[in-house]
Design a protein around this ligand. Structure first.
Ligand code: DX5
Ligand code: ZN
Length: 231
């Protein structure tokens, strides 16, 4: 069975002083996840949100959180994020940011959350292939992480296809960066099923319509068929 299409709204492009309204608006339009971009100014050249914001969002959001850690030494911070998150929430870390990926995955899973592992546009899928059996999601970055509003890097699409071909059927493959009504179908066609969008939702005049259109395009896109490896 093909995994369900899920739309994850990244609040990086939301109006920060009206976060509650912004979250309610996208939930009403049917988003599946709220994507929170945590940046430390070291792993990426930008500083954004920490546990304080995650805790606040958790009090408002009805859908699960999709916490995207773009921070060095994620192993040092999992406990703090897990404490303010909940059972169905994802915590995703970057393979480039730690020497202890197994430990990070265990920390997330032992806290009862879902674990995701992410790779930058220039990172090969080899770096995450050993972990596909123990994570719930792989996040393929389609921009260099740090900012919303960048252009989609289509060179990452073969990595999506490769990961889909070697992953358990039910595993979520997420794509993040530069998603628009044009690029979404390319990602879905190659096997991505969790679609992050910030600008394409929050920087439009009609976020409700934007979400529905993105979902409709994704659900209507034929996905490549693979002989999936049974594990
Ligand atoms: C970039 C972040 C993305 C970002 C996407 O580092 O990880 O989640 O918010 O923004 P858009 O959809 O505008 O490319
Ligand atoms: Zn992100």
């Amino acid at each position: 069975m093909q995994p369900k299409i899920k739309i994850s709204a990244s609040i990086l492009a939301a109006n920060a002083v009206r976060l509650e309204d912004e979250i309610k608006k996208v939930e009403k339009a049917g988003v599946d996840l709220i994507h929170i971009d945590v940046m430390d100014g070291h792993f990426v050249p930008n500083i954004t949100m920490g546990t304080f914001i995650v805790e606040g969002v958790k009090r408002i959001a009805k859908v699960p959180l999709d916490i995207h850690l773009m921070i060095e030494y994620p192993e040092r911070y999992i406990a703090a994020f897990a404490e303010v998150a909940g059972k169905n929430d994802f915590i995703t870390f970057h393979i480039e940011a730690t020497k202890k990926p197994k430990e990070v995955i265990s920390l997330i899973k032992n806290a009862g959350l879902k674990a995701g592992i992410s790779l930058n546009p220039n990172t090969s899928t080899d770096s995450v292939e050993n972990f596909l059996d123990i994570v719930d999601m792989v996040l393929v970055m389609s921009v260099n992480p740090g900012f919303a509003g960048q252009k989609f890097i289509s060179d990452v699409l073969p990595k999506v296809a490769r990961l889909r071909s070697i992953s358990p059927d039910e595993m979520d493959i997420e794509i993040d960066g530069g998603i628009t009504t044009e690029t979404i179908s390319q990602a879905v066609q190659q096997g991505a099923n969790v679609i992050v969008a910030a600008s394409a939702i929050f920087k439009t005049d009609n976020p409700d319509n934007a979400i529905k259109t993105l979902r409709q395009i994704a659900e209507q896109t034929p996905r490549k068929k693979y002989i999936l490896s049974k594990k």
